[in-house]
Design a protein around this ligand. Structure first.
Ligand SMILES: Cc1cc2nc3c(=O)[nH]c(=O)nc-3n(C[C@H](O)[C@H](O)[C@H](O)COP(=O)(O)O)c2cc1C
Length: 351
């Protein structure tokens, strides 16, 4: 357990912001399964001024379940970020996170995302300006990487500058901008950051199982662990983390969850334009990546994936899911390594 401003984050396991994934339906599921926090995907500060349908969708949240509601902004301009912070609070944000790690050129070219790693003073000035504009009514957090590239690893310098500016908590994806999403995350740097700062430090990178999360906590001393790709197709990871017990969902449970996620995803993407079938089809197509993730480790998943790649109506995907779950089973060879007992208590094992 740790705090971000007045908010208690308990358990200290967080769903990572992921563009195209951390939308309201998936965040709600993560919270329900036991995540302590689930932040939105990155939202453009400038986009908030021109509230189009897409922005409205990004801002949508479930106030019953998503408590606290953490919204991630990106931008490099102080005035724009300060104004966006006010709009974010008006939209209901209870925590505002600043993206300082996105490696995408379109983002870094504007001085936002990981470009901020090159200028800790400018990054700190964003925090100061945003705190001022919202009069400290909500905590401001940041998510960084270890540095721009292997020759410019400056996370500790960056962390100190942000802390001095009043950053309430700091998450770090333990890779440099240049590493993108490949190579190994450097957990030692999470440990160094934690030792250097007084504010809560949230470690992130290469946590694909509950064991990994406990190991990261133990090795680095970090206050919280953020999970991205390890939660794709596996929101149950938050249940394991909350209870400290291994959990393998039954096939029926998996099927029911995929069906629920599918329907909520479609409702989420179409409620503004219900009548148009092309909007529905686009929503169904955008769920295909989730279907790939949910079928990971199951027998005959490749046939299922091949089939759903050609489907774009809710009814046809539902039918494909029923057919698939009728015959599939967990493919031991392809599933993630499992312990012998379902009742292993990770917290005991890893302290
Ligand atoms: C599909 C995808 C989208 C992402 N979008 C964002 C984003 O919007 N904001 C952000 O701060 N990080 C984003 N990330 C980075 C993740 O939050 C996380 O830092 C990274 O995936 C490493 O954690 P992991 O090894 O647990 O996946 C994204 C990652 C993925 C895979």
């Amino acid at each position: 357990m740790f705090h971000i401003g007045p908010h208690r984050i308990d358990p200290p396991f967080l769903l990572a912001p992921m563009a195209g994934v951390s939308e309201m339906p998936f965040r709600v599921m993560a919270f329900e399964f036991g995540a302590g926090l689930a932040t939105t995907e990155l939202i453009s500060a400038k986009g908030l001024f021109h509230r189009n349908k897409r922005t409205e969708q990004y801002l949508a949240f479930n106030s019953e379940v998503e408590r606290p509601y953490s919204l991630q902004l990106f931008g490099g301009d102080e005035a724009a970020m300060a104004q966006a912070a006010v709009l974010a609070v008006e939209a209901g944000a209870q925590i505002i996170d600043i993206n300082m790690g996105c490696p995408v050129k379109k983002v870094t070219q504007t001085g936002a995302g990981s470009a901020l790693l090159c200028d800790p003073k400018r990054a700190a000035a964003l925090i100061v300006a945003m705190r001022k504009s919202v009069q400290d009514s909500v905590p401001i957090t940041a998510k960084i990487r270890t540095g721009w590239d292997e020759h410019h690893i400056n996370c500790v310098e960056m962390g100190k500058a942000l802390q001095d500016a009043g950053c309430a908590a700091l998450a770090m994806h333990a890779r440099s901008r240049a590493q993108g999403y490949s190579g190994k995350a450097n957990w030692d740097l999470i440990g160094e950051l934690k030792s250097a700062l007084q504010i809560p430090v949230i470690g992130n990178g290469d946590v694909v199982s509950a064991e990994d999360a406990y190991l990261m906590q133990q090795q680095t001393g970090c206050d919280g662990v953020m999970i991205g790709r390890g939660a794709l197709g596996n929101p149950w990871i938050f249940r394991e983390l909350k209870t400290g017990k291994k959990y393998t969902p039954s096939l029926t449970e998996r099927k029911d969850l995929v069906l629920r996620h599918l329907r909520e995803h479609i409702r989420f993407h179409t409620n503004l334009d219900e009548a148009r079938s092309d909007v529905q089809q686009r929503a169904v197509r955008s769920f295909r990546t989730h279907l790939v993730w949910y079928s990971r480790g199951l027998k005959d998943a490749s046939f299922f994936r091949e089939r759903v790649m050609h489907l774009d109506t809710l009814a046809s995907v539902e039918q494909a899911l029923h057919d698939f779950f009728e015959t599939t089973h967990v493919d031991i060879r392809k599933s993630l390594p499992e312990t012998e007992s379902d009742e292993i208590d990770y917290r005991q094992a890893f302290g």
